[in-house]
Design a protein around this ligand. Structure first.
Ligand code: SD4
Length: 349
């Protein structure tokens, strides 16, 4: 009997020590701090993830979250975000949001004020305006320069494959190339990289050029929420939506087990639903670190050099991470166990 009482108390202490907790991708420590300030006062995990991601949007973390980053082929910044509530299994997400800065908060309105899960594009702008957000240009001098430099570089790199440009600029508009096309030989000779995606991938993702905050919070009530906010990838084809707003890809949570959030080459990563897989692995009894590596290794089986990382937390507040395509992957944590925001790093295998 005494032993049981001891174990119950001990389990309580361990639980109390780690939770609440907030963890997010990369060294976006101001975001971690903002979320932690709310969690430690007994705040709700949804609000914590919202304020954490919002902080990055306002600071334009690394110039790659929020407005003024990753211009698409037309020079426009568009935004993706997700909020996933692991207690109600309800979510709100926005894809390719145009002309509204506060994408994580718009996602929160999708979660709270609609029975839908994802709203996209220009109609997401209309939705946001109805919810009280301001429509404005998201372009900055910086995003304009990225776009102009890319234009001056004959629109290279870009995400098109097996197409021919109309002119010698190698910019669009493009048309599909066929083997019997009179230009086929010219194309294979001059633009060999257009037959594969590697060229674009190499130039689009590196540790100096990454775009997503993925955040997980567990509040004092044990509610687990995952969220993301990003401006995606530079030079994307207009209309492209990445992995970040896709449930199971950019983020996933189940308060019975834990949560995960991923960052990196979203076009590849979303095909494997790594966040869902990681939470599923927690359900099957894996540690967070094992679950993270299982999710990364699944992608690696098919795309050995893909660029990406994932953070995973279980409901006790234990966490782990895994990565590929870079030397190491930093992530930021604050918890009951250590209130000071700390940047940790996992080495990629
Ligand atoms: C995307 N996953 O839109 C995002 C970008 C990112 O590190 O996370 N980069 O593909």
């Amino acid at each position: 009997m005494r032993l049981i009482i001891f174990l119950v108390i001990y389990a309580g202490i361990v639980y109390a020590k780690q939770v609440p907790i907030v963890i997010n991708t990369w060294a976006f420590t101001d975001s971690t701090q903002a979320a932690w300030n709310l969690l430690k006062r007994g705040g709700d995990a949804i609000d914590a993830v919202e304020i954490g991601c919002m902080t990055c949007e306002k600071l334009q973390c690394d110039g790659t979250v929020g407005f003024g980053g990753s211009p698409d082929e037309n020079g426009e910044t568009t935004l993706d975000a997700l909020l996933f509530d692991g207690t109600t299994m309800n979510m709100g997400a926005v894809g390719a949001l145009r002309r509204v800065k506060d994408v994580i908060s718009v996602a929160k309105h999708v979660l709270i004020n609609t029975g839908h899960s994802i709203v996209v594009g220009s109609q997401a702008t209309e939705f946001a305006k109805r919810m009280g957000f301001t429509e404005e240009d998201l372009t900055t001098d910086r995003s304009k320069k990225i776009w102009t430099d890319w234009k001056n570089n004959r629109c290279q790199p870009n995400a098109w494959l097996a197409v021919l440009p109309d002119s010698n600029t190698t910019c669009g508009p493009y048309r599909p190339v066929q083997e019997n096309d009179v230009y086929y030989n010219h194309w294979t000779h001059n633009y060999p990289h257009r037959r594969t995606r590697e060229h674009f991938q190499r130039h689009s993702f590196s540790t100096n050029n990454h775009d997503t905050i993925g955040m997980i919070a567990i509040d004092a009530n044990g509610k687990i929420v995952a969220g993301t906010s990003t401006n995606g990838m530079s030079h994307k084809i207009p209309g492209r939506v990445g992995d970040s707003p896709i449930p199971g890809a950019g983020g996933y949570a189940d308060s019975k087990f834990g949560a995960a959030s991923a960052t990196g080459d979203g076009d590849i990563m979303m095909r494997f639903l790594p966040s869902f897989l990681a939470v599923e692995e927690l359900r099957r009894g894996s540690t967070p670190s094992q679950a993270a590596w299982t999710a990364i290794n699944r992608i690696k089986e098919y795309y050995p050099s893909f660029f990406g990382g994932i953070i995973v937390v279980n409901k006790q507040g234990e966490y782990g991470a895994a990565c590929n395509g870079m030397d190491s992957f930093p992530f930021s944590v604050a918890s009951q166990a250590n209130e000071k925001v700390t940047v940790k790093r996992v080495t990629c295998k």
